[in-house]
Write a protein that binds this ligand. Structure first.
Ligand SMILES: [Fe+2]
Ligand SMILES: [Fe+2]
Length: 303
């Protein structure tokens, strides 16, 4: 195996005052590192009025970017849209469900579904907020699709999703069904990479690594922690900045997979202004530390 890719998550372009420059830094690094492709893990750049100029800038950047760029849908991408709107806006209608490169099988399962009783519903115009606690599920149809895909794979797989595929505060609600699909995959699954949680975390289960990629931009603090970081002029235009712990520099990682290891080279920065400790920040069920970093890691394969 020999493949290298750039990975970013949760840039939330419309919240940020400097979204395009963050994405630009990521794309530049992917070019410098001669990545085979780039991937974004959602909550990225949906159509809508908020941050419209920044989003247009991103679309222009992506149209002319010379390295293949893939994305998965995040929950906030569908706050004001249907999935098809988001894919069309970014020009990703024809993105494959999976592909092979450098001896690795890459797959993009869609976790943007929730259960309402027995019904499995696709995220659509913020509907997922209606059922308390029903954050995300990998529905039976998606699970079957993944099983079929993995059964036919000729190489070990890497899965990219927005929500965590292993137990976590806001991961999918049916991780056991997913793990059975992974166990049955003839060539195995090396790595499941997710976004959504805006934290930097690694877990491992049955020989598969589960890596949560920190947000490119910030940790969400919430209205209770409303505070100023950038001053009135910027925050008038970008009011949600008052509710976050922003990261000074864009976070992303360059990942290389070889026969011996998965090597993650992340970026480290710092929180701008008041951070979680100064604000005595707490969140129910949160066990991960809030850090402006994606940790460098070497994850051995085939031990
Ligand atoms: Fe997010
Ligand atoms: Fe999210």
């Amino acid at each position: 195996m020999q493949v290298r890719f750039g990975i970013m998550a949760d840039s939330h372009i419309e919240f940020m005052h400097d979204g395009p420059s963050r994405v630009r830094a990521f794309l530049e690094a992917c070019k410098e590192e001669k990545c085979d492709f780039c991937v974004d893990l959602g909550d990225f750049c949906p159509p809508g009025e908020m941050g419209a100029a920044a989003k247009e800038e991103i679309r222009t950047l992506l149209r002319t970017f010379p390295i293949p760029f893939y994305t998965v849908l995040g929950n906030h991408d569908m706050d004001e849209n249907r999935k098809s709107d988001v894919r069309a806006f970014l020009g990703f209608e024809k993105q494959p469900y999976s592909f092979d490169l450098g001896g690795v099988h890459f797959v993009f399962p869609d976790t943007c579904f929730y259960r309402e009783g027995a019904k499995e519903m696709a995220y659509d115009h913020g509907n997922y907020r209606s059922t308390h606690g029903a954050i995300s599920v990998l529905p039976s149809r998606e699970l079957a699709r993944l099983r079929t895909d993995l059964a036919a794979a000729k190489h070990p797989a890497v899965l990219f999703t927005h929500h965590s595929l292993i137990e976590s505060r806001t991961g999918i609600r049916n991780p056991h069904s997913l793990r059975n699909a992974i166990k049955d995959a003839p060539c195995g699954v090396l790595l499941c990479a997710c976004g959504h949680e805006h934290v930097d975390r690694l877990s491992e289960k049955d020989g598969t690594y589960y890596l949560c990629i920190n947000s490119m931009s910030y940790y969400w603090a919430g209205e209770k922690y409303d505070h100023t970081t950038y001053g009135e002029a910027i925050e008038r235009e970008h009011p949600l900045l008052r509710m976050v712990f922003p990261y000074r520099d864009p976070l992303f990682a360059i990942v290389e997979i070889t026969d011996g290891a998965i090597t993650v080279r992340g970026r480290a920065s710092e929180i701008v202004g008041m951070g979680p400790s100064e604000m005595a920040f707490t969140k129910k069920g949160l066990s991960d530390p809030i850090t402006a970093a994606i940790t460098d890691r070497v994850l051995p394969i085939g031990r």
